[in-house]
Design a protein around this ligand. Sequence first.
Ligand code: AP5
Length: 255
Amino acid sequence: MPANNAHGSNRPILVIVAGPPAGGKGTISEHLVADIGLYQISTGDLLRDEIARGTEAGDKAMKLMRAGRLVPEGIVNSMVFSKLETAEVRRKGAILDGFPRTESQAAALADYCSNSNWWRVDAYIAIDVPEEVLLERAAGRRIDPVTKLVYHVKFNPPPADIAARLQIREDDQPHRQRRRIATYRENAAPIERVFSNRLVHIDGDQPMHGVYQQFVEKMLVACWGGDSGRKHSTIPAKWNEFLAEEKKKQNASKL
Ligand code: AP5
C-alpha cells in the first residue's frame, strides 16, 4: 500500500501512453496490466462502456465517437479523475491510455496532480507510427466482445474458435481513421509541451514485442531508475536485471 505522501517514493505510478489511433496504446496497456498489475484507464473503453449501458454520457458520446470526433472534455475529465480517486487505482498505480488528448485536458491533468496528495505523472511515453501503418492496423483490428481482448487479422490473429463473434469498430473505417489521425497530430505538440520534462518518444513501427520492450525500458528508467527509491520488488525479476545494468552504466558515466 503506498504511503499517503505525494512526494514520497511510495506514491503510485502514473504513466501516460500516448500515440495516434491504432498506434498500439491499448496493446501495451494490456501487457502492463498482465505483467505488473497496473490499472488501465482507457477513456475510449470507459466511453464505450457508457454507451453500452445507455447512460446520459454515453448518449452524448456515441455520435461523436462513431464519427471519429473527440467527446466533450467535461465528460472525459470527470471519468478519469474519479477513477484516480478510487482505492484500487491508488493501490495498483495507473496507465492512462487515450488521455489527455487535448492541451486543455493536459492542463486539467497537470492541475489535478498538483492538487493531489497521490498522483504525479512519472512518464509521458509517445508511440510514433506512420499513417499508412496506422491505416493497416485499424483495418485489421478485431475486438472480442466477451473478453474485450484486441486482435489483428494479420499481426495478432485470434483463435479460430472465437472468430465468428469478433467485432469491427465503426471508427476504424478508413475515412474516420484518417480524421482521428489528423486530430491526434493537431493536438500532440501542445500536450507534449505540458509534459515536456516527462516526455519520451518510442518507435512504434515495429513488431509488438519490440515496441513493448522499448516502452518498458523507458518506463523502468522513469519510474524505478535514478533516485526514485521505489521498491524493485513490484516488478518482474527480468526487469530488475535491466535496471541493474542501467545503474551500472549511469555510475560508469559519472566516473
Ligand atoms: P480510443 O478507443 O482511445 O481510440 P484511439 O486513441 O483512437 O486508439 P485506438 O483504441 O484506436 O488504438 P490503440 O492505440 O489502443 O491501438 P491498439 O493497441 O488497439 O478512443 C475512441 C474514441 O473515443 C475517440 O476517437 C474519441 O471519440 C473518444 N475519446 C477517447 N478518449 C478521449 C479523450 N481523452 N477526449 C475526447 N474524446 C475521447 O492496436 C490497434 C491494432 O493494431 C490492433 O489490432 C492490434 O492488435 C494491432 N497492433 C498493435 N500494436 C501493433 C504492432 N506493434 N504491430 C502490429 N500490429 C499491432
